[in-house]
Design a protein around this ligand. Sequence first.
Ligand code: ZN
Length: 370
Amino acid sequence: MRLDGAASWKCLRIVSLTGTWSAWLMVVVVLGGCGAEPHAEVDTGPRVASADHHMHIQSAEAALNLDRAREAVEPPPEGETLDPSPTFGAADAIAALDAAGLEGGVLLSNAYMFAMPDVEVTDELAKVLAENDYVAEQAALFPERLVGLCSVNPLADYALDEIERCGQDSRLTGLKLHLANSDVDLRNDEHVEVLAEVFRRLGELRMPVLIHMRTRNPEYGPVDVNIFIERVLSQAPELPIQIAHMAGWGGYDAATDAALAAFVEAFDQGTLARERFSFGLGAVVFQPEAADNDQRAERVRQSNQNLASRLRELGLDLVVYATDWPAWPPGSEPRTAIERNLELIRSALPLSEEELERVLANVGVLFDGR
Ligand SMILES: [Zn+2]
């Protein structure tokens, strides 16, 4: 599938959050109990963003699993229980895209969460397969607008078999990998070898990847990016790759900035081919006004400024609009979350209007098909 990037939009607003590897879990807490609303009318208006390049859907089983993971990672205070996470399907994603006037969406499977080391899961493999099938079915409901990615914990013993199986499913375009959630450490030789094997196979299958690269290792930074480039990406030199969260995990701290700078350097030196990369803006821009004191607000402003400078160095043509829907911005109704995020980026990311329009119109490498 290929998107032309013509779209329209309407209204909008704010947000904030703290960046940790479990950020996605935390922000989902805010959404517990929210259901999908009826389909929105699409406004006509100025062209804004063409696609949301990072959206999660989940079956009932995955929603239950997410709740178990939330309890394991961020236990609720004594005596309190968490609101159950809702299911999300393609119709919910389309309603949110329509409300923001966007044309396309990248739907991600949460199957890797069944293999998260923090949760005990019975019949793990069966659940992983069923979740990836769910995403394939959902993406196929809107084949002109949605791209579906299966997912797997790359360290699981069934990982290559499941990648193979997804690769044969014409309803799926590629693979989502989440290194922190899967507890992959790029400083661990065995992990790097497994990941290299996965990428070698993905290259053979011509299966594009969206990867959340930041690991749980507290030292994460340029060293990890360079290991990834030299030992993993080198195994599939032509594979289209979308790097999630600007090589971080939400928010834009010094470690993420240094990691992104390592990519800039690799492009400048010609180690990597720019054409096969997209970098997603999901959950990296915070609203300074949402900080609880002036000092923090100033730090957020500085982070947004650093991000804008680094994006220019990277090249704005590689930057794609992404949210991490439905978990971002926190507190948003799923149907309006994408348009609220547009407003957040417009108000807080210090790019010129022209630069921003260019970014929002970009269609990423995952839409090139395979
Ligand atoms: Zn995500």
